[in-house]
Design a protein around this ligand. Sequence first.
Ligand code: PLP
Ligand code: COI
Length: 340
Amino acid sequence: MSKDVNIDWSNLGFSYIKTDLRYVSIWKDGKWDEGMLTEDNILHISEASTALHYGQQCFEGLKAYRTKEGKIQLFRPDQNAKRMNNTNKRILMPEIPEEKFIDACIKVVKANEAYVPPYESGATLYIRPFMIGVGDNIGVKPAEQYIFSVFCMPVGPYFKGGLSPVNFTTTAFDRAAPYGTGMAKVGGNYAASLKPHKTAAENGFADCIYLDPKTHTKIEEVGAANFFGITKDNKFVTPKSESILPSITKYSLLHIAENYLNMQVEERDVFIDNLDEFKEAGACGTAAVITPIGGIEHNGKLHVFYSETEVGPITRKLYDILYGIQFGDVEAPKDWIVEI
Ligand code: PLP
Ligand code: COI
């Protein structure tokens, strides 16, 4: 019997909550140590750590879900491990073995089982793996030591609306350069996003839409989520670009649209001046799940898709299948679910 944590599950936002235990492993002398769980949520690192000065760090995000039967499961953690390793290669950090990554996530969820929200509470356990370059290192070069850590906390919806549509606005800022680190999950991309996000929020939008950094004519991302649109002839379309973070939710939706809903799917350019081709649009990601896009403001004009107040029927179907798979109510494709 796990302890009682006294949390109001249905009123959680997306905020930090200190849970009981986190996993920490150190890379030193060319190898990872065993790793361990600790109660300590404070890191003690050198002031000359590359993570602090040169942004040599990265993170991931995935969730644990409580099923109707009370079991706990992870959604595609192998994909997060692979993406973290792609990021690591880009910024010269050591790779983390996939089994070690998944095992660390499982250990952390088990150790904090009391914080996994109940089925149908509207909340989930968000898992945050990250890696940082540490040690004494003032030159601009890769660190010689690294910390890999995983912590978790229960969360509610990332965007306020849940499955109610929210509006977004385009921004003149970029989160990443054309051949920079847009496809890697490094903190620098998120530092670049703080100001445009703040401006968008001050103007009443949920977040901003990033356009392609080379020409500013094509949609790339929706804040910390990917974009998808449903065309008037029922195709599932999502942008393709080197500077987009490859969203695991997006690739899952491409599979769901094609194999569960028999839709045609396309990864291709999505021009901001051609939003009329879509009857529905949405933002997708681990934190965002599927958030319907009511409208997008661009050059002072708001383009409304299905409705500013109601979710469209295809977005709703995609959501129900994705949610059903994640919570164990719909049969998942092979290897998508890891039971804990
Ligand atoms: N794009 C950005 C910039 C993100 O931070 C995220 C969140 O991880 C996503 C897209 C969605 O990716 P995923 O579906 O793997 O969570
Ligand atoms: C996620 O969906 O896991 C993200 O990384 C979004 C986030 C930056 C809160």
